[in-house]
Structure formats: C-alpha cells, structure tokens
Design a protein around this ligand. Structure first.
Ligand code: ADP
Length: 506
C-alpha cells in the first residue's frame, strides 16, 4: 500500500511526527492508502514555504501571461491524466463513475478557464480628480498573500481546482488541506504540479485532520486569507479565529435549498429535476434540493411519479455504470443521516420511500443509506431545518407562490434554490424573492466556472468562480499621482505648516 507524503516546497516529505492515517474506500470499507498526518510543525513548514514563495519568489511578480501559461499547463496535465484521476477519486470518494467522470472532465475545463481569467487586467484608472488639486488615480488589484484553503470530501479534486486555480490566477501562494476522508486526488494533483513550471512553494498540500492540521493552518499568523468549504459550524469557527490577525475570509458552507414546483410546471421534467436535485451524489452536495415545495393542486400527481422513481434508484458499486447512487462517504456520515431519518419519523413526518440501510448483501460493506422521501413535512421540523447531507428529501406542500417564498426563506441558509414553471416571468418573480446565492429556473445544480457561486445568510461569505471569485483573491489598492506639480497651490499643506512657512501665504 502506498505511503503518501505532504507536498511542501515542491517535494514530498513525511509528517514531522512520522504518523500517517488511512483513507477508506466507502464502498468496500477497505483502506486505499496511507497519508502523512500533518500537525502544527508541518503546517509551520508549509506556511513558511508559501510565505517565502510569496514574499521573495517570482510567482506574484510574474506577468499575467506567464501565470496564465502555467495554469494552462496544470489544466493540460489534468486533462491528460483524467482517466487516472477518475480511478483515484472513484475509490476515495464513493461517487458513481457517471458523476466522477464528469467532475474530472470539468476540473480540466475549469482550470483552463482560470488560466484565461489570469489574463484579465483588473487595474483601472479613475477619471481625473480635480479637488483639491489635479491628480491621476488608479485602482489596482494585488494578490492577498498566503492563502490557506480547507476543502471538503464531496467534490475532492474540483474543490482543490477551484481554490488553487483562482488563488494562483490572482498571484497568491497556497497551503491547501484536503478533507481527511479524501486526500487521494489532491496528492495526485501535487504530482502533476511537479510536471509544470510552477515554482516550488507556490502550492503546498498538507493532508490531515481538521483539528490537527486545519486549525493551526486557519489560525496561522503567516496566513493572509482563509478560503473554506465545509460545514457551517466549522465555517463559523474559522471566521472567529481569523479575527485575531484579521485574515480575509471566504466561506462556502451549508444549505437547505428549496426546490419550488408550481402548478404550471412541466411536471415530468420537474419530477426528474427534483430527483436530480435531491439525490445527486447521494445528497452529499451543499446545493442539494433537500426541500421540495410542491403546489397543493399538483402534489398528488407529482408524488405519484416522484415516489415511483425514487424507489427505483439503483444503489450499487460506484464503478458500475448502471449504478445510480453510491455509498455515503463514511460510517460517521451514514450514522448521522440515519439519525436524521429517525428524527423525522419521531417528529411525525411520513417516510414514503426508503428510511434505512439497504438489505442487499453486496452492499453490506459500503456506507449506504436508501434514497429516502419524507412527505407531509412541516418546515419547522428538524429534517426541514438542518442540513442532512445525505439522500433524504422533504416534500412540503404550499397553496400560493407567496407561501412558497415564505417557506423557502424560512431557514438559516441561503445557498441555492429552484423554481419550476412554464411561465418564465412568474418564475423570475419568485427567483428574485428567494434569499439565495444561486437560483435555477427549470433546472437544478448546474454551476458554471464563469458564474459567481456562494451563499446568502449562514451559507457563506464571499463568492467563488467567475470574475467576482477572482477578485476575492485580491486586495484593492488606490494609487494617487499628483498632477498639479506646484507647491504654492497646495494650500492643504497649511494645516501642518505654519502660514509664514507656506508659499501660499507669501
Ligand atoms: P464535514 O462535516 O462535511 O466533514 P467539516 O466542516 O467538518 O465538514 O470539514 C470540512 C473541512 O474542514 C475538512 O477539510 C476538515 O478537515 C476541516 N476542518 C474540520 N474541523 C476544522 C477546524 N477546527 N479547523 C480547520 N479546519 C477544520
């Protein structure tokens, strides 16, 4: 079994403690490899490598064209090694081959887009200012510095690509910590980075646990920005600890998104869209459409088709193309999700499909939970308020579109949502009223590397992707150039110089 080191300053090194941990295949329950278990001293080394690469190295000082060229090389490496990356992610993350193949393909495309984004000149002149004297002014964007990037296990390589790609495009250096459940493709990416012209120390990757490696990274005084994707609970912790040294923070956290189906929707499409919204990657998706709001007049018709299709979802080996849904990431996550199912039953929601662990012996070693549909759900119930991050969906009826908006917004989260209707104006009107960072109309889950992604309310802070995402990795500087050139007209100096010393008074 392979022993993977930490990627620091362009080389693979063991953890200072010599310790390692296993990553488990969520389908077989078997170990796929051992990974160095980073602690505070390793984080120290990684941050100082990133610090040196930023303060003294070429990366922030390269031309935009040069940085873009290197990002293009990374994109090309990902595309060339797509098959190998797909195989690694398949055994590490438990997503189906149908999902992961697309993810890895997208990773190459997205990195390619970040290479294009790196070319964007974000500096802009202001119109000439006349007061108090003439001056020329520029607004320039500069890299922030060393960025700590902490990512989750649901889209392991894609989260690494989003984080690293945007940070590098703006000229920053990085210490990335993948989730302890899914270190494999991040380390594969490190190997690919070695094949490019990226200078050592610009990207460092430390594997390890949240409290042991994530916490010292997020609180390190040598880190200028923390970018985090994960639970709202840890997001809040990171925001609090960033206060001490006033690090910039971007957070992409939980969601409890409402998928609103109006009575004039194309019901067949809405049924499939709702299944995709709720059960894509076994619901382990921050944008999961985990609350389906259906207009009462079409609820029976919707449920008839939805429940039939939900019960027909095939669980199985993620490597099998016929498998619709794989296991959850870990035993811990499986238990957490089953706990929510019990809570739903206790609170009086009716479990119409699923509700437990599948009985097939071939699935016994995996961390499976059946696709589960609760109907007659009240939005105040725990299962409608808390993020479950599993294949559990609540169906909530509503009478009027206004009531749908009220229910949809009655949550601490605000990541995403959707409206299904044949009347685009009506759907748009509702979309504008949803307090969420992304709203789809007659669609679900689709994000684009060109569109900013992030949350309202407790779903996060700041945006990733697109030009806005790039700007989140920059500091804004105003440069003022005196255009007056005449000391005697600078009457404002009189505020500190005695009038008799001032040429303006003579
Ligand atoms: P999940 O519950 O989905 O595993 P987490 O928010 O716990 O989500 O984890 C997301 C990422 O945050 C992981 O890389 C994890 O190791 C990291 N993490 C967990 N706890 C902390 C912490 N206290 N400080 C910094 N990072 C942490």
């Amino acid at each position: 079994m392979e022993n993977h080191g930490l990627f620091i300053n362009g080389a693979f090194v063991p953890a200072e403690s010599g310790e390692s941990f296993e990553s488990i295949n969520p389908f077989s329950g078997e170990s796929i490899g051992r990974y160095a278990r980073a602690g505070r001293p390793d984080v120290e080394k990684a941050v100082s490598a990133a610090r040196k690469a930023f303060d003294e190295g070429p990366w922030p000082r390269l031309s935009r064209e040069e940085r873009s060229r290197v990002l293009g090389q990374i994109a090309e490496r990902i595309e060339v090694h797509a098959k190998e990356l797909t195989a690694l992610e398949l055994t590490d993350a438990g997503g189906t081959i149908r999902k992961i193949k697309t993810d890895i393909w997208l990773c190459g495309k997205q990195m390619g887009y970040f290479a294009q984004l790196a070319l964007r000149d974000l500096d802009a002149p202001l119109a000439e200012l006349e007061r108090p004297g003439f001056s020329r002014n520029w607004l320039v964007r500069e890299p922030i510095g060393v960025c700590a990037q902490i990512i989750p296990w649901n889209f392991p390589l894609m989260m690494a690509v989003w984080k690293i790609g945007l940070a590098l495009a703006a000229g920053n250096t990085v210490v990335l910590k993948p989730a302890e459940e899914t270190p494999d493709t991040a380390m594969a990416l490190a190997r690919l980075l070695q094949e490019t012209d990226l200078p050592p120390g610009v990207v460092n990757i430390v594997t390890g646990f949240g409290e042991e490696a994530g916490e010292p990274l997020a609180t390190h005084p040598g880190v200028d920005k923390v970018a985090f994707t994960g639970s709202t609970e840890i997001g809040k912790l990171i925001m609090r600890s960033a206060a001490d040294t006033m690090k910039k923070v971007t957070l992409e956290c939980g969601g409890k998104s409402a998928n609103i189906i109006l009575e004039d929707a194309d019901l067949a499409m809405a049924v499939d869209g709702a299944l995709y919204g709720a059960f894509y990657h076994a619901g382990q998706c921050c944008t999961a459409g985990s609350r389906i709001l259906v207009q009462e007049s079409v609820q029976d018709k919707f449920l008839e088709a939805f429940l039939a299709k939900a019960s027909a979802i095939r669980l199985g080996d993620p490597a099998d193309k016929a498998t619709d849904m794989g296991p959850l990431i870990s035993r811990k996550q499986q238990e957490r999700v089953l706990g929510y199912i019990e809570a739903g039953k206790k609170e009086g929601a009716r479990c119409a499909v699923g509700g437990g662990i599948p009985e097939e012996p071939t699935l016994a070693k995996g961390f499976f939970v059946e696709p589960t549909v609760f109907v007659d759900v009240d939005n105040a119930m725990t299962i409608a308020q808390e993020e479950i991050f599993g294949p559990v969906v609540c169906v909530i009826p509503f009478k009027t579109p206004q009531e749908a908006v009220q229910i949809a917004n009655d949550t601490i989260y605000g990541l995403a949502g959707a409206v299904w209707s044949r009347d685009e104006k009506r759907a748009m009107n509702l979309a504008r009223q949803l307090r969420a960072g992304t709203v789809w109309i007659n669609e679900y889950h689709l994000t684009s590397e060109k569109a900013p992604f992030g949350g309202f309310k407790q779903s996060g802070l700041g945006r990733e992707l697109g030009l806005e995402g790039l700007k989140e990795y920059t500091e804004l500087k105003h440069i003022h150039v005196d255009d007056l050139g005449q000391r005697d007209k600078k009457f404002w100096y009189d505020t500190v110089l005695a009038p008799e010393q001032s040429p303006a008074s003579s």
